[in-house]
Design a protein. Structure first.
Length: 251
């Protein structure tokens, strides 16, 4: 039986990579998915393929770093359905470089997409959760949230912050019956890791560090997303689940 039957979901950054895979899976599981991305064309592509699989979905161009875009998204979802059940804060960017060389502009951009947008959407969605029976927020963090990884200190700082936000919001939103959990992917082959994984020695080193002996696929992330989105996790809040082939356990 479809596990998200009749639920309304928003997935940010769902034009590609992990977000697109989660949106697809939600469609298969019976949700109506709002597929949002800064790139409207890729969002449309995801919607086309969800529909081709018999699912229901709506595409919208949303730059999560712009409050006018996220406000418009929530307004559109409210006028279409009156409420929402699931918010997946997935959109994220990577800025490579040592902190010593980090420009204010790069740090601001990284913070606006990876952290500020997650705080704003998680705050502004609350009124739309009122009519949902089991409202839930899923945050896509990283197993690198609490580790030193050169030259990614700025990126991992934003991930550490949203992992902490998961716990803080879980406590704050529990009285409203809203669950907040996060998924911490290991290394997944997507647009973000494309450049890095094109270097064969780097790819081999990362595979060697993964106890299960392979990198993740976007589809590998979808089981955890369905679990946190579905009523199977009704007593689960403030949890972070590593989906990493055992990498964090072995580090
Ligand atoms: P990706 O680059 O393939 O996908 C990210 C998507 O977000 C793209 O479709 C992009 O257009 C969209 N996006 C970028 N900026 C946006 C903005 N301002 N507003 C809306 N959409 C925007 O990368 P991915 O690996 O699928 O990343 C998804 C999430 O997973 C990110 O939060 C990332 O930090 C996290 N993550 C990825 C890995 C990995 O190894 N790939 C590991 C840990 C965590």
């Amino acid at each position: 039986m479809a596990r998200l039957s009749g639920k309304i979901a928003i997935v940010t950054g769902a034009g590609g990579g992990i977000g697109s895979a989660i949106a697809h899976r939600f469609g298969v599981e019976g949700a109506h998915v709002w597929v949002t991305d800064i790139n409207g064309e890729t969002a449309e592509e995801t919607v086309r393929s969800i529909k081709a699989n018999g699912g229901a979905a709506t595409a919208m161009t949303v730059d999560v770093s712009k409050s006018q875009d996220t406000t418009a998204l929530l307004r559109n979802v409210e006028s279409a359905h009156g409420y929402v059940d699931i918010l997946v804060n997935n959109a994220g960017i990577l800025v490579r470089g040592e902190i010593r060389q980090l420009s204010d502009a790069d740090w601001t951009k990284l913070r606006e997409v990876n952290l500020d947008a997650v705080v704003r959407l998680s705050r502004d969605v609350l009124p739309l959760f009122r009519k949902s029976k089991a409202p839930t927020i899923i945050i896509i963090s990283s197993i690198m949230a609490y580790r030193g990884l050169r030259p990614l200190a700025a990126y991992t700082t934003t991930k550490g912050a949203i992992s902490a936000l998961t716990k803080g919001l879980a406590v704050e939103y529990a009285p409203f019956n809203v669950r907040v959990n996060s998924i911490a992917p290991g290394y997944v082959e997507t647009g973000i890791t494309d450049r890095l994984l094109k270097l064969p020695p780097v790819k081999k080193a990362l595979i060697d560090k993964t106890p299960m002996g392979r990198l993740g696929t976007p589809e590998d992330m979808t089981g955890a997303a369905v679990f946190f989105a579905s009523d199977d996790s009704l007593y689960c809040t403030g949890s972070e689940l590593a989906v990493d082939g055992g990498m964090a356990a072995g580090l």
